[in-house]
Design a protein around this ligand. Sequence first.
Ligand code: NDP
Length: 246
Amino acid sequence: MTQGIEGKVVVITGASSGLGEAAVRRLAHDGAKLVLGARRLERLQALAEELSLGTDAVVQTDVTKFEEVKRLVDHAVKLHGRIDVIINNAGLMPHSPLERCKVEDWNRTIDVNLKGVLYGIGAALHYMKQRKSGHIINVSSVAGHKVNPGGAVYAATKHGVRVISEGLRQEVKPYNIRTTIISPGAVATELPDSITEPDFAENVKAFYDRIAIPANSFASVVAFAMSQPEDVDINEILFRPTRQEY
Ligand code: NDP
């Protein structure tokens, strides 16, 4: 399935591990022109080298800083003349109950998961509007639909991503821009490592060990959304491990 993917210029945040890395592998295989962003430059460089993407294909990016996200997108446009797709994927999930008042974790979660997505939209949208073409893919979660104890702040950001994406969908109608929310369930990545409270980390890791599915499940969903005909706009995909109850 390379139709709709081959030759497309795709910027992806959080490309250094997990879902982002899996999407990069799949889209590179299908012939996309990729530009990767994350903070861990050496991980990005190793991935770009392994997939022969070229040294220009990586930009060290902290999505909590608008000017860095803008630099990532501007770099892609300078390199390839346009941006066709942005995948706002970077995220973290430092679960804890609200009563523990983990202000640092709350702030990081909001800054990366919510503001990072806004910054990606803000950096890419004007290029897409100019060309009346583009596709913005935002990564939410099952937690964008549900909340459970310890997951309130994470779920708030992931609900927020869905709300922002729906507002965006309506705003960009005149510009022929497509918008997709991808909401995964438990997928085996480094995400549980972002939990700073040991008891929650242990529970979530045990849950993931029991049921998580491989990250290429996410890559297949990205490829599906991207490979639709121009006039088909896949607005949301929610997927889980078959075994997942939550
Ligand atoms: P990983 O921890 O494996 O990957 C997270 C990615 O986000 C890394 O590439 C990391 O790169 C990047 N990132 C974190 N903080 C920043 C930052 N400040 N600036 C730039 N990049 C950053 O987890 P996943 O692959 O699972 O997570 C990807 C997305 O999928 C997240 O939005 C997550 O919420 C979502 N998701 C994941 C699920 C799962 O079960 N795995 C389920 C539902 C949603 P670096 O550290 O190098 O900056």
